[in-house]
Design a protein around this ligand. Structure first.
Ligand code: FAD
Ligand code: NAD
Length: 467
């Protein structure tokens, strides 16, 4: 007999598993299909979680080497134990992916391990991991198949010498020379990890700046700080080919604006030039779904692809972030249950988990200028914040942008220790349509880093008191 459901979700990343949890909570009969051996998608298996485990551990390593002595902490020689560092990363991944399986059971979601294919609206076939196929009948299909790394012509990924994020979080030895292609989020995060562990890291970027999409002032400050930490940047560079051998990789690189090509040698190369939606073999044609030139599934009317077919997360428009996928997934479950479901992509925060962290939400100065929106700016440096000074972590600043007439907050851009947590305050303020003065007049505990937000908000009206 064919099993029938209210919702069948294809893909168990943050988009899919959060859709399943919310659907289960709302009493919908729900199934989820995943082709990996574990749930959690890119994020838990090869993305957010393992990269953050390595960022945290490598930061502790650097602090122990560089900062402890100055704080009066004597240690013996500090040595890297890479197998243990990798094992604690794997523990984090195993614990959290098992946690998702537990949440599926808790919310009465049936999990199928295998590859899902849409046969027609209301019909999904699973090619099971253990062999054989099974057909499910469903009122709604949710596509949550996520994304995969983009590649470059002339470069073949082997995950041994030329890696994507999957190989880059699992190296068994610190490379002497590492080249990252792409100075975006992965380039900076994984470049930081391997640089802290001892690799000589060069980041090649096509554009003449790092982190396109981030506020330019923040990006410039970040580049200066990362350079001091030992990362080398070569901007305006185009990689035209890569040849891997047993001993290393030879990259052919030329100036993006034209000019003669040079060869660069590395032990390992990480390709981090963005990600593209993953819909291979999914059968989206069967429901008349369209994709744009980048492979993004087109949706109309809140995540709808066709009657009874929805899509969420990295495979549709919007920032390719786990919390955005999560919000999409929950919204679709609510829409299917007859409730309202909406996600404001302007208020999805971005965080880069380097040291210092980088975080932003809302519009950048460049975007406001391009849209012709008049704005006021408040700025507060970390070096004037008492907690940052006490902790010897004075690199960075907070910048708040507010509408010139109404004072409504339009964006915030921060670089500094702890800003990944602090950005949430501005997200809440913006959700409530707060003015910068609302934040400036809100009590913030002393001494905390978040006082820098309050002072920046005061500075919008020119009355920051502590600088
Ligand atoms: P995915 O997580 O990609 O999940 C899709 C799932 O669908 C996969 O498990 C896949 O196996 C499965 N699937 C695909 N096709 C089928 C099929 N036909 N049948 C069955 N299953 C299928 N975002 C953040 O917000 N914060 C971070 O710190 C962060 N760090 C990252 C670090 C790295 C190195 C990378 C690569 C990404 C990072 N991201 C981060 C981005 C984040 O991982 C993605 O935005 C998020 O995983 C998207 O969720 P999703 O559910 O749309 O897709
Ligand atoms: P990205 O879009 O952040 O950065 C890609 C970079 O590569 C850009 O700077 C781009 O200009 C550059 N580039 C593109 N083509 C190039 C070429 N031919 N030569 C040199 N440079 C080139 O992409 P990513 O770093 O690969 O990360 C993918 C996505 O994963 C991110 O956009 C983000 O959505 C997600 N992610 C998020 C986090 C986080 O939230 N902390 C961490 C990692 C990844």
């Amino acid at each position: 007999m064919t099993d029938s459901y209210d919702i069948v979700i294809i893909g168990a990343g943050p988009g899919g598993y959060n859709c399943a949890i919310r659907a289960g909570q709302l009493g919908l009969k729900t199934a989820i299909i995943e082709k990996r051996e574990t749930l959690g998608g890119t994020c838990l298996n090869v993305g957010c979680i393992p990269s953050k485990a390595l960022l945290h551990a490598s930061e502790m390593f650097t602090r122990a080497k560089q900062d402890f002595a100055g704080m009066g902490i004597k240690t013996g020689p500090i040595e890297l134990d890479l197998p243990t560092m990798m094992a604690q990363k794997n523990d984090a991944v195993d614990g959290l992916t098992a946690g998702v399986a537990f949440l599926m059971k808790k919310n009465k979601v049936t999990t199928y391990y295998g590859t899902g294919k849409i046969l027609a609206p209301g019909k999904v076939e699973i090619t099971k991991a253990e062999g054989g196929t099974e057909e499910l009948v469903t009122k709604n299909i949710v596509i949550a198949t996520g994304s995969e790394p983009s590649t470059l012509p002339g470069i073949e990924i082997d995950e041994t010498r030329i890696l994507t994020n999957t190989g880059a979080i699992a190296l068994d030895k610190v490379p002497e020379k590492l080249i990252l292609i792409g100075a975006g989020v992965i380039g900076l995060e994984l470049g930081s990890v391997w640089s802290r562990l001892g690799a000589e890291v060069t980041v090649l970027e096509y554009l003449d700046r790092i982190m396109p999409g981030a506020d330019t002032e923040v990006a410039k400050t970040a580049q200066r700080i990362f350079k001091k930490q030992g990362l080398k940047f070569k901007l305006g560079q185009k990689v035209t080919g890569a040849k891997a051998s047993k001993t290393g990789v030879t990259l052919s690189v030329e100036p993006a604006k034209g000019g003669s090509s040079e060869d660069m040698q590395a032990d390992v190369v990480i390709v981090a030039v963005g990600r593209k939606p993953y819909t291979e073999g999914l059968g989206i044609d069967a429901v008349g779904a369209k994709t744009d030139a980048r492979g993004v599934i087109e949706t109309t009317d809140h995540f709808k692809v066709a009657e009874g077919v929805w899509a969420v997360g990295d495979c549709i428009d919007g920032p390719m972030l786990a919390h955005k996928a999560e919000d999409d997934g929950a919204a679709v479950a609510e829409l299917i249950a007859g409730k309202a479901g909406h996600v404001d992509y302007n208020l999805v925060p971005s965080v880069v988990y380097t040291n210092p962290e980088i975080a932003w939400v809302g519009k950048t100065e460049e975007e406001l200028k391009a849209a012709g929106i008049a704005y006021k700016k408040g700025h507060f440096p970390y070096k004037a914040n008492s907690r940052a000074r006490t902790n010897h972590e004075t690199d960075g600043f907070v910048k708040i942008l507010a509408d010139a007439k109404t004072d409504q907050i339009l964006g915030a851009h921060m670089i500094g220790v702890g800003v990944g947590e602090m950005i949430g305050e501005i997200g809440v303020a913006m959700e409530f349509g707060a003015a910068s003065e609302d934040v400036a007049r809100t009590s913030h505990a002393h001494p905390t880093l978040s006082e820098a937000i309050r002072q920046a908000a005061m500075d919008v009206e020119g009355w920051a008191m502590q600088m």
